[in-house]
Ligand binder design. Sequence first.
Ligand SMILES: C[S@@+](CC[C@H](N)C(=O)[O-])C[C@H]1O[C@@H](n2cnc3c(N)ncnc32)[C@H](O)[C@@H]1O
Length: 306
Amino acid sequence: MAYHLSVMMEETLEALNIQPDGIYLDGTVGGGGHSSRILEQLDNGLLIAMDKDDEALRYSKNRLKKIGGNFVLARGDFAHAQDLFDELEIDVIDGALLDLGVSSHQLDEALRGFSYHQDAPLDMRMDRSQRISASTIINEYSEDDLTDILYRFGEEKWARRIAQLIIEHRPLETTFELVDVIKRAVPAGARDQKHPARRTFQAIRIAVNNELDDLAQSIEDIVERLAPGGRIVILTFHSLEDRIVKNTFRLLQKGCQCPEGLPVCICEGESLGKVITRKPIIPTNKELQFNPRSRSAKLRVFERRA
Ligand SMILES: C[S@@+](CC[C@H](N)C(=O)[O-])C[C@H]1O[C@@H](n2cnc3c(N)ncnc32)[C@H](O)[C@@H]1O
């Protein structure tokens, strides 16, 4: 099975507007699909590819080596891309890609514990060297903290009841034990066509990997590194991520961050560029047919002021 089917490949490459001698960041290299195509278009340029997941780095290293050219692979969170740029003595980059969320490989590898369709230990860590896993959150957090996570990161309206039942049935060791508890908590009549554990699993995964907390700041930091005309392209897979990307792009375009209603700007914030995608780009019907996992994807682009 393929490690990961890259989503909106052609749209992403077009949006990046790659210059053969440019420097590009892929903050989420995953299976190296997008990175390979970026590298193929570089001549004297440089690709800097990051991931939190060792397995992703191992896999994409082989793939990128076959293509050749200049690339640096680094283990880490794109929230710390600035440190890497400093280490590499790179002041400006020509473009960046963030393809957020998990790869198909992470979802399909039962042992990683990301999927409610497969029985596995409660893990869900992208970075397997980190201490906090799904088990820590499920078995150690208070009812209020669990409720808050399920509500904020899963928009789960049964958050309180699920949290109460988790606490009642602790310790939970596996994904299927968690699914059972969720099924007990969400009344059959209140379920839609989607799997009742979908929102809880999304919420726990986001919390384990701290997926939303630093996102707005990471985007701003990357945009500040972009050369004039350079672009950041972001693929999101659920509404919480997409909202952060959309609002951050808007703020970066607006510049001024004064509260509404002030007669004159006092913050002296300057616009850093413009939003290229007024509406997000979504996968074509053709892509949806061969890659159903792309169905929730949205692509947004921001361009640094010339
Ligand atoms: C959707 S996959 C990327 C797939 C890739 N674009 C491709 O074509 O193969 C997302 C990857 O990003 C990684 N990831 C998610 N958030 C990250 C973060 N904050 N920093 C670094 N890597 C991250 C995950 O471990 C996963 O491997």
